[in-house]
Design a protein around this ligand. Sequence first.
Ligand code: ZN
Length: 247
Amino acid sequence: MKYAIISDLHANLEALEAVLADMQPHAEAVICLGDIVGYNANPNECLELVQKVCDVVIAGNHDQAASDLRLYDDFSEYAKDAMHWTREQLTPAWKQYLYNLPSTAIFGGCWLAAHGSPRDTDEYLFHEFHFQEAFAYLYDYMPEMRGCFIGHTHVPMIWECTPEGVVAPAEVTSLTVPLHPRRRYIINPGSVGQPRYGSPAASYVLLDDRALTVEFRFVTYDVATAQDKIYDAMLPLPLAERLALGQ
Ligand code: ZN
């Protein structure tokens, strides 16, 4: 089975449409790791598309903030402004949809979908010690999982853990990364709607669970239109500027 795994759409309709068009010839199922809303200007439209095309959807911290499940006092100033705006825009039905989303899900029998980390929607995994803890959690509580897909940092990454417990970034020599059958993985597809790896292209991954490969895909989209919508909605200007920088 070929799964497309997307994360951190953040109400960016132009990016989401481009990513869905790109995956269309490849993906047999679509998994969404959350943060459907927040930051950009099309929350209701993105929710509509996600509900239509995704087979598995979990909540991100922005989704939980938008549906009263989480306080967002700790959000950055611009994220907070965008969240006030988002909460005004969302229809009651979409708020209810977000409220009902699970915080994790298992797909394909042995792959975990999570937003921040396997144990916490709002935990950031950036560095080696973060991944060591996350792999230890997986071994202790979900030993049957071969891998976990996470979002939240908006930075594409793939880390592996050997049967001896050695944790390191996986060796990446091309955009398609072979997965070792005896190793475990934590994989971040990056963000559809607000990339933060220094390029404006939206990113996602394709998992082939038969061939055991993960392919990172980078998709250019109409950034200018997404920016114009941010200006029209009077959302904070830096949220538009960062889209062009991939920051
Ligand atoms: Zn996010």
